[in-house]
Design a protein around this ligand. Sequence first.
Ligand code: NAP
Length: 320
Amino acid sequence: MTQSRHVIIVGSGPAGLTAAIYTARAQLEPLVIEGEPSSTSDQPGGQLMLTTEVENFPGFVDGIMGPELMQAFRGQAARFGAEFETAKVSRIDLESRPFRLWIGDPDAAEPTYEADAVIVATGAQSLMLGLPNEERLLGHGVSTCATCDGFFFRDLPIVVVGGGDSALEEALFLTRFANSVTIVHRREEFRASKVMQQRALEHPKITVRWNSTVVDILGENKVTGIILEDTVNGERDELDVSGVFVAIGHRPNTDLFKGQLTMEDTGYLVTEAATTATNIDGVFACGDVQDHRYRQAITAAGSGCMAAIDVERWLESRAG
Ligand code: NAP
């Protein structure tokens, strides 16, 4: 039997859960479809579930562990009556009114839920190298966010993998902490903008390993080194490092909405300036799924709050 809801929030990172806190307090009885664990790097709670210590989320003087922070967000939303379904949306129909969402069999005739309004907070994921030890050491020396984790690598040697603007930006940022930053790039020229290339190449702490790929990450409980392979002659060597920052791009989780919500070429959802409104009336988007610029937990939470307020006003305007 199809269940009807005022608001369904898809996604349970800082954006989705902040939207849940606000819509629950507005007595809209939100349902959060929070996802389900499908691998270590794909879990309800979003990217903070893959982080160890978070020191830049305001309000925690001594920092807080990423998963603990997300547990607190979730508990706070539940306290005000938000409900949770631990599953993934398999299909969504945003053409109909109310909107229709399926869990499980996407071909089922009846949707699992109907909703007057939908908040999309499905986030983004960092592209990873796909090495077995990369996943195991994520949060223990392997990181995808220099702004979040750079501070933990004071006076230590680190590598940044990638050759785009993100990699060079991360590398430059990390020079504030690390004693050396090695950029590992698989080709012999960067993809990044010229100005970033110049800055990186001129920096005294940065060296580049061209035509190289990381084929293994070493360390029991924390990263101690990497194995590099030369893409030209196949030779391998070991580099002692304490941190591996993977900066080979991000992918927003928007496959579900293709053909319905307006997206940029890169897949990020387009929202109306200074709001969370998408191209479909009644569908709002917040957090990293529509933000490739800031990508911080606090900015995601802020836009989750905006989406909740946008939904509340939108529902009120229809009722009125
Ligand atoms: P990107 O431009 O797609 O660059 C990804 C880099 O990672 C490329 O150098 C690519 O190598 C490398 N790479 C991809 N898969 C790899 C793999 N499996 N193993 C090793 N290396 C791999 O991504 P991005 O740097 O995240 O940037 C995304 C967009 O945001 C770009 O348009 C960028 O200009 C923009 N951006 C701008 C700024 C800024 O202006 N300050 C900052 C960040 C990002 P190849 O070059 O060989 O393909």
